[in-house]
Design a protein around this ligand. Structure first.
Ligand SMILES: *[C@@H]1O[C@H](CO)[C@@H](O)[C@H](O)[C@H]1NC(C)=O
Length: 327
């Protein structure tokens, strides 16, 4: 009798403990991240706008990572009319088997145009059958909606390619030195397989409060004086575990139409600091956001260089493949 009631008490205590834990986790995860700012969930109707679960896939490649989990997945935002850029990328830094023994996937990521373009859409579907490298969702593709596209990238990787070591978000007008990137990532220690994000870090940006500015953000969307550190949106690399974590953190961040700042805000919630990718004590930014005129040896020492149209990319690629041993 005594034994039984003690057992009962223990059972009640265990249940009460579990319920308390569930509450704590459900409300803001303070147990996991005790020192971080209090997290307030974003109102559902605001979060729904940027949440990929609101939208439907028009084209998807759910089995792409099933056979072999890649070392690196390149996620490339484009629009329907960027066909030339897609072709150039498939022939240059996106081509299969570029680095022997290293599995790298690329995917083009699209929404759909505000005005439907049946001819282009049909071409895209043909292209998708031929190359199997296109995913598309049914939100409106616009500069303002790039945050949706970025969250679509995070969600896709977290859902279909979680086993990939690294993911890179890279714009179509960027030159990518794949070999340098692979060597750079291989040269990093175990710690960079988790909570790691690198690129060109911006740590002193402030919100533009002038409503004529392209990057205008009103105070009710973002009241703070500074933005948290973030990586420039043109190209950044992260350990794939962050895709799921950023998707989770986005529930606590008010959507703003600046996709790279937005990712920075999610990282802030997670307590993850983006790492500047440099060599030789900050003297050389490996993620070059300025335009640089092409020169094989200069480019061989960068991971990315911004500002390439498809013709220019194709034009320099052949030369870039030549030996870099004299650099
Ligand atoms: C963003 O996408 C949503 C969903 O498709 C759409 O309703 C909205 O008009 C788009 N916003 C802009 C500015 O394009």
């Amino acid at each position: 009798m005594r034994k039984r009631s003690r057992f009962k008490l223990l059972k009640y205590l265990a249940v009460a403990g579990l319920i308390t834990l569930l509450f704590i986790f459900a409300f803001n995860g303070t147990l996991l991240w005790p020192s971080l700012p209090k997290k307030t969930p974003t109102p559902k109707e605001l979060h729904d706008v940027i949440s990929p679960s609101t939208y439907r896939f028009i084209l998807n490649q759910p089995e792409l990572c099933e056979k072999k989990s890649p070392f690196l997945v390149l996620m490339i935002p484009v629009t329907l009319k960027n066909r030339e850029a897609r072709t150039a990328i498939r022939r240059t830094w996106g081509q299969h088997g570029l680095i022997p023994g290293v599995a790298i996937l690329h995917l083009f990521v699209l929404g759909q145009p505000a005005q439907s373009e049946p001819v282009l859409q049909e071409q895209l579907e043909t292209e998708s059958k031929e190359y199997g490298d296109i995913i598309q969702m049914d939100f409106v593709d616009s500069y303002h909606n790039l945050t949706i596209k970025t969250m679509m990238i995070m969600n896709w990787v977290a859902t279909y390619c979680q086993a990939a070591w690294y993911t890179m978000k890279i714009d179509a007008d960027v030159f990518l030195n794949v070999r340098y990137l692979v060597d750079y990532l291989h040269g990093r220690d175990e710690s960079s397989r988790k909570d790691y994000i690198t690129g060109s870090v911006i740590s002193d940006a402030v919100p533009h409060r002038d409503s004529y500015n392209k990057w205008y953000i009103p105070e009710d969307l973002y009241p703070d004086t500074w933005y948290p550190p973030y990586v420039s949106g043109a190209a950044y690399v992260f350990s794939t575990d962050l895709a799921r974590k950023i998707s989770w953190a986005s529930r606590f961040v008010l959507p703003i139409p600046l996709e790279d700042v937005y990712v920075g805000m999610c990282l802030h919630v997670l307590g993850v600091k983006p790492v500047y990718a440099t060599r030789f004590l900050r003297l050389r930014n490996l993620f070059e956001v300025r335009k640089l005129s092409y020169e094989r040896c200069t480019f061989s020492k960068r991971i990315v260089v911004n500002g390439f149209n498809p013709q220019n990319l194709l034009r320099i690629w052949h030369d870039f493949q030549k030996s870099q041993s004299t650099c």
